[in-house]
Ligand binder design. Structure first.
Ligand SMILES: O=C(O)CCC(=O)C(=O)O
Length: 287
């Protein structure tokens, strides 16, 4: 039976960059309570749910913000999934949120240099009654490449108790390189057999995320989602990726997730140019 422990909360290290880096090196993840103001999250949640409601995936009106499912389940790759995902991708606020000052401040300390925000941002909608498609155990590096010192931020768009299917990390699993993968159901489509790692004493961390909490994990850290075991609630979350600006980055990380539309099309209708093609202002180490 896999051992599961509560997250170690790293807020007290926010003013101690060296300790922050040491904690990330040791465990492969950093968890912060209330890092992000709840208004920013509620705004993005509302935008996401309005899109879901428009496509008959979620209730509207007074219960919109409860995220109650009316359609689906849909999964990445399903025909019916793309219209919603494409609208998420086009949201200026979804991309702008990746640059939230509290996130960048933490990342600059973690990397010891200015942070490069990957523009390949991911919005996730995880349906109830769809546990077969729960995200399997995997490492992000095989999907991202570039520098292994890339960190993913996983941020639920609202409270995310364990039964809604939060993200969990296998502590210390980032220290042993890349593990073999096999085809699996769920996001990414590739899974790792973690039993041998658990038998070697590695344990998972998990817990009830509250609005504003954020978890960051190393690109080699093995992680997976818990199943959404609610009867009717959609789990909404975002994955954003960060690295030091001097480190190698692949072209793929500079493209939209799934690359279904060019950036110019995504940017149509945006009010500001601030977060458009911002990565071209860096002297990137492209690989
Ligand atoms: O939210 C999820 O279920 C999956 C997130 C994840 O594993 C990732 O982005 O690497």
């Amino acid at each position: 039976m896999a051992r599961i422990e509560p997250f170690t909360v790293s807020n007290k290290l926010l003013d101690q960059p060296e300790h922050l880096q040491k904690q990330a090196q040791q465990d492969g993840y950093l968890y912060f309570k209330g890092l992000i103001d709840s208004d920013s999250i509620q705004n993005l949640r509302r935008y996401f749910l309005e899109i879901c409601h428009k496509h008959s995936w979620a209730q509207g009106g007074d219960t919109l913000m409860d995220g109650i499912r009316t359609g689906g389940p849909f999964m990445e790759g399903d025909e019916g999934y793309w219209p919603v995902l494409d609208e998420f991708q086009s949201l200026e606020s979804f991309h702008a949120f990746a640059h939230h000052p509290a996130i960048l401040d933490m990342c600059d300390k973690l990397f010891g240099e200015k942070t490069l925000v990957h523009p390949r941002n991911i919005g996730r909608i995880m349906f109830p009654e769809n546990t077969k498609y729960t995200t399997p155990a995997h490492q992000d590096f095989i999907h991202i490449r570039g520098t292994e010192e890339t960190f993913t931020a996983w941020i639920p768009l609202g409270d995310c108790p364990t039964n809604l299917g939060g993200l969990t990390v296998l502590v210390g699993s980032h220290r042993f390189g890349i593990y073999p993968v096999k085809p699996a159901f769920g996001a990414g489509g590739l899974g790792i057999d973690t039993e041998p790692l658990e038998a070697d004493g590695l344990h998972w961390v998990s817990g009830d995320y509250e609005i504003g909490d954020a978890m960051f994990f190393h690109s080699h850290a093995v992680h997976k989602a818990l199943p959404n075991q609610t009867s009717d609630k959609i789990r909404l979350s975002v994955d954003y990726r960060y690295q030091g600006c001097s480190q190698p980055v692949t072209e793929g990380s500079l493209l939209p997730h799934f690359n279904r539309m060019p950036w110019d099309e995504i940017y149509k209708g945006w009010k500001s140019k601030k977060y458009q093609y911002y990565w071209n202002d860096f002297e990137l180490n492209r690989v």
